[in-house]
Write a protein that binds this ligand. Sequence first.
Ligand SMILES: *Cc1c(COP(=O)(O)O)cnc(C)c1O
Length: 225
Amino acid sequence: MSIASEIVKLHSELPSTVKLVAVSKFHPASAVMEAYNAGQRVFGENRPQELFAKAKELPADIEWHFIGHLQTNKLKMVLPFASIVESVDSLHLLEAIDRWGRDNSKVVDVLLELHVAAEETKQGFDADEIRSIMFSPEPFANIRFRGLMGMATLTSDEHVIEADFGRIVSLFDELSARIGDSPKLTADFNLRSFGMTHDYGIAVRMGANIVRIGTLIFGARPAKI
Ligand SMILES: *Cc1c(COP(=O)(O)O)cnc(C)c1O
């Protein structure tokens, strides 16, 4: 199927409460435009340089989500263009984003990435680290905490995927029940980003309201752009 027909199909199939992030990493601007012309406006990128290049070249009404590991020396390539950083995975990064926001008079939307997969290589906080960020005295005045993001173990075993997503949902519910207990935890904390090509069906069933889908839309990624 073409990129355009995959976009149309996903838009008709996903509940209207679920935002589709079309993950365009490693694919050329022309592929983004095919999806754009089929009505897609939200795209995900995981490399600063690539997001920067595409954001400058492509239509200004695209909403870019940064979904990869972000080094603090790359913030100025990403933060002026991204509407949200979904993949905040360290306190060091969070503090650097907050400083960038202060220096640029901006409040930056972020999701905290919860590490739930079996693979040690995957990024993210554990649940206690996220609790301690949300309830620490550090104000993070230039950060808006929008919710949680995560990636399940790479497996075809649905039970494992459900258990991984279940940990994201349960921390999200726990924090949502405490809205107002910290100035950082407001009604804006309402996003649950999980689910990719092979597991987005499970994710939607379990309450994701952002899914990040690449391969299904754009086909297999070339090794290098
Ligand atoms: C690449 C990527 C995706 C999309 O993965 P697909 O399997 O191609 O749908 C989603 N989330 C993150 C964080 C990614 O890096």
